[in-house]
Design a protein around this ligand. Sequence first.
Ligand code: SF4
Length: 269
Amino acid sequence: MNLYKGCSHGCIYCDSRSNCYHIDNFDKVRGKENALAILEHELARKKSGIIGIGAMSDTYNPFEIKYEQTRGALKLISKYNYGISIDTKSDLILRDLDLLKEINSKNNVIIKFTITTPNDALSKVIEPNVCPSSKRLKAIKELSANGIFTGIMLNPVLPFITDKEEDIKLLVRLVYESGAKFIHTYLGMTLRENQRDYYYEKLDKYFPNLKEKYLKYYGERYNLLTPNSQKLYRIFTEECQKYGILYKMSDIIKAYKKEIKTNEQISLF
Ligand code: SF4
């Protein structure tokens, strides 16, 4: 579910600005009219489940402070006893801790923070309009301390920029210290029409000569695994195992789902 169209966080690698999604002026955030009325109509008709928010835009954009569209949706999700899965990069999510705890007492909750680098200065370059990595780690700490199942998506990993062994090791340690339960990564990025142009424009601005390196190494490929992905994955999994952090998606899904008790009576006939 996307309560907003477009996203103003300005991540240089954002896939959602690709042509295939047909979103004009991607950086301009637009609220969806009647979203909460439509949501309530749907929730009342459907069987309970887990609702995912944040696949195409960050629902905790600056307009959420005033319009509270996400907060309104969480109230409805709690009212109808659904679970919630949120992808975000913003510590604004802490404003809704009360509702997340309420939902968590009745159903499943999983919060996935995207963190791509432990380096705040670098995160300000590649994700300029959202809080830096250290603030996201603080938010994870608070959510985790309140019993909310939280972890990080270490995606994308930008070749020749965020694929340093020492950064991956440091990030796993910081994530462990924050109380997060998991890290998931595929150690690469994807690039396609429009998104590629935007990314290369930013590389030219902030990382001179790197575009040429990308073109030489990857050509027009869609899937760009980091050149050292195999070695990096071995290091990543060893570090996760050392700290007891989950990293396989199947294990993460198994760990966050709890048994849900319903009031439904099973009929004999
Ligand atoms: S937060 Fe997500 S949707 Fe928003 S610009 Fe960054 S990558 Fe794109």
